[in-house]
Design a protein around this ligand. Structure first.
Ligand code: SF4
Ligand code: SF4
Length: 433
């Protein structure tokens, strides 16, 4: 009975703590401006199923992609077993679903094989990070925490899968010994190989089985509460993120609504533009000027670096890294969130995403090629943030380099980026005559 009470308390505490963290993340995402992304719903569902559930963009890099799919599918399916653990924990039962008979045996056997595949995938990932030291996992933004975060989660997965297999092995041995409470149930194609490593003493076996059972479930509850502080939150956010992703062709830039209205009014004097919100800015200086989908993108970023390793600016040694753009956006949101918790929602810390997190050198290094957007396995759009920061620099501050200023003047005066009068545009053709 005491064990049941402790279990229920641990479960409730974990759920409450997770809910608090999620509410804070939703509040931070809602710092962004509203945007309607509910059009073309069938296409959105298709994108989500293909990209988030089907992991279609992961296989562009086959080794990492296949290993990731193994770890992902294995981890999700094995956690179905958590349902049984929760019911057993609350009611003090043991292997409550064993009444399913041979189907139960099939399920346990499948979970064990998946656990082995997850372990295999995780060891490959650890080797890529710690032994091969792939360039993709390095960069100025990959400071101590992002690096440790990736390693922690892999170690947690090794521990959880090992506890699961050891628990099954001890359980199997207790079943074979005919110990009361350990009814004959399950099939153990992987954990049976651990049997020789276990003691024969019944009390020690029960201790090992119980320890692994508690370690497994408490580990999962701890993992649940670690997720919102980790890049691994993408396990959850990849789904809404792909659903709300931009559907327009990747190279298509959005027009700024306020500018479109002005142009329409210039071309058609009878057109009355809607009233402009006095607080509205051109472009974005801070996260509140971005839209909520861009902010959700930042929380979804897996820090995989596929964008940065495809970015021509980064490859040619420029300061820009699209992964850093997303990580900076998330860090700035988190900072504002902490400020709200501490000082209230109107507090202004005098900082901004542009300049305090992302430099002008970074945003102007972008070629707007869209390679980062194309490469992202969860349909994140770092370019849209870069463009909004640039728009702010150009349209609110006129703070651009001399060469860009000259180009803008030429467009304004000549209708082209060059310094020739429109009347001289065909001089070259006349010379040919
Ligand atoms: S759009 Fe910009 S940030 Fe993205 S890959 Fe191209 S140059 Fe890099
Ligand atoms: S933006 Fe996408 S590709 Fe880039 S690091 Fe994040 S998840 Fe990976």
């Amino acid at each position: 009975m005491l064990a049941q009470i402790i279990f229920i308390l641990a479960l409730i505490t974990a759920i409450i703590a997770f809910t608090i963290s999620i509410k804070k993340i939703i509040r931070n995402i809602n710092l962004g401006k509203d945007i309607d992304r509910t059009d073309h719903q069938p296409e959105r569902w298709k994108n989500m199923l293909k990209v988030a559930l089907g992991q279609s963009k992961m296989t562009a890099r086959p080794v990492a992609g296949i290993m990731h799919i193994l770890v992902y599918v294995g981890f999700i399916i094995i956690n179905i077993e958590v349902l049984e653990i929760i019911i057993d924990g609350i009611f003090g039962t043991h292997r409550v679903f064993s009444f399913l008979g041979s189907f139960y045996n099939f399920l346990i056997a499948s979970f064990e094989i998946l656990a082995l595949l997850v372990l295999l995938g995780v060891f490959v990932f650890l080797a890529r990070r710690l032994v091969l030291q792939l360039k993709r996992f390095k960069g100025i933004e990959m400071t101590a925490w992002p690096k440790s975060d990736a390693i922690y989660i892999l170690v947690i997965e090794v521990l959880l899968m090992s506890a699961f297999l050891t628990m099954n092995a001890a359980d199997y041995k207790l079943q074979q010994a005919g110990v009361h409470h350990y009814t004959l149930a399950g099939s153990f194609p992987v954990s049976q190989f651990i049997l020789p490593l276990l003691p024969t003493d019944i009390n020690s076996l029960i201790l090992i089985e119980r320890f692994c059972w508690w370690f497994h479930i408490l580990g999962i509850l701890a993992f649940l509460n670690y997720l919102p502080f980790s890049k691994h939150f993408h396990i959850i956010l990849a789904f809404p993120n792909t659903w709300y992703a931009k559907l327009a062709p990747k190279g298509e830039f959005n027009n700024m609504e306020t500018v479109s209205h002005e142009v329409k009014a210039m071309l058609n004097p009878s057109y009355t533009p809607p009233a402009i919100d006095a607080n509205n800015k051109f472009g974005a200086k801070d996260v509140q000027d971005l839209n909520w989908v861009q902010l959700m993108n930042a929380y979804t970023c897996t820090e995989c670096g596929r964008c940065t390793s495809s970015c021509p600016a980064n490859i040619t040694g420029k300061l820009l890294s699209p992964r850093k753009i997303m990580m900076d956006t998330r860090d700035r949101m988190e900072e504002i969130g902490r400020n709200i918790d501490k000082h209230g929602k109107d507090y202004n810390d005098g900082k901004s995403l542009l300049d305090d997190y992302i430099s002008r050198e970074e945003i102007w290094a972008c070629t707007t090629c869209n390679a980062c957007v194309e490469a992202c396995p969860v349909n994140i759009d770092p370019l849209s943030i870069i463009l909004d920061l640039r728009r702010f620099a150009v349209m609110e501050e006129s703070n651009v380099t001399g060469s860009l200023n000259a180009m803008f003047s030429n467009i304004e005066n000549n209708g082209a980026p060059w310094k020739y009068s429109p009347a001289d545009r065909f001089n070259w053709a006349n010379k040919e005559d």
